[in-house]
Design a protein around this ligand. Sequence first.
Ligand SMILES: Nc1ncnc2c1ncn2[C@@H]1O[C@H](COP(=O)(O)OP(=O)(O)OP(=O)(O)O)[C@@H](O)[C@H]1O
Ligand SMILES: [Mg+2]
Length: 347
Amino acid sequence: MNLKEISLINVRKLDFFKAQFSPTTTIITGKNGQGKTSILEAIFFLLTSKSFRKKYNKSIIKKDENMLQIKGVIEIEEEESIKIKYDSKRKEIEKNEIKVKKTSEILKYSNIVSVSPEEPDVIEIYRKETLQYFDKIIFKITPNHVETVKSYNKLLLIRNTLLENNQETFQWDKKIIKVGLLVWQERIKFFKYFIEKLERVEQKIIGKKKYSLKYLKKTPENDIEYFNKLQQKKQNKTLVGPHLDSIKFYLNEKNLQESGSQGEKKLFKYILKLTEAEIINEKKKTTPILLLDDYFAKLDDENIMKIFTFFHRKFQTIITTTKTNNTMMEKRLKNPNTTIKIIELND
Ligand SMILES: Nc1ncnc2c1ncn2[C@@H]1O[C@H](COP(=O)(O)OP(=O)(O)OP(=O)(O)O)[C@@H](O)[C@H]1O
Ligand SMILES: [Mg+2]
């Protein structure tokens, strides 16, 4: 997938912005607060109808305006144009100037992977959110998992409500077991695949194995054990099931959240996201677009170049930064054959 150009109106402080992107790497530079993250956010919003920022909703529309509009030209097999309008209540999407009725029609454009200091930090978030983070990656490659997780959560809510009111849960137990096992089945398959890919990406980027990801779960042996565990003493909560799974990250066998430095954490986040990009590339058979917000911050020159070498020419990438005075990067940019494009934001 290739994003050729974008134009936007009323996204955060930007009343208007238009740019063409390199099919390889584009670097957007500018001072703090000039709208770099907002441009990436607009691209993400155009392709997924959502923002990556933690809190956004109405605030993505420029203050004192009532509507934003983002347009883009994308090439998958052929060139297509898409447009989104948002007035804080409704989103209106057009594809090749024709109104899109179902979001499934634009699902194929959502192959996009972002890394931004403005999004929830996967290393620092709570256990439940980490689970959601990975479930969302599973949704991208196995859309059925959405329904399975939704129905599990619904059953869990019903069961917990019954338990709180000292009511019989028997008729729900069989149902929750069936769906719970399906959630586990999908996650087990996914993490095996994801961890394999992660190790390969890590090997390519840093050349050795330092980081690891562990998927921790307490799965019963079979339906009967699952059922028995659900019945164990009188609890007012469901204390067995995939909702209790957790994911932990390690650096040299030590808990990354507790003992990693800022740069080490950032490097791991990149390895995670690039693994996701690799998986999308393989499973969806379209190359995803990478959005790397504030790329140069906290990483040393060597890591910057190692990550860059991994994604450059492999995925179309749009980077933002406040500076381009990275020595190795500068050399690269002086190469007359470079396909890297630089966009400088001015007031
Ligand atoms: N709804 C809005 N209307 C007008 N301005 C807004 C709105 N929301 C945010 N802003 C402003 O937009 C500016 C641009 O924000 P953005 O995060 O894109 O900057 P940036 O270039 O990424 O900065 P940094 O280098 O600090 O990350 C900020 O000054 C912010 O206060
Ligand atoms: Mg920013």
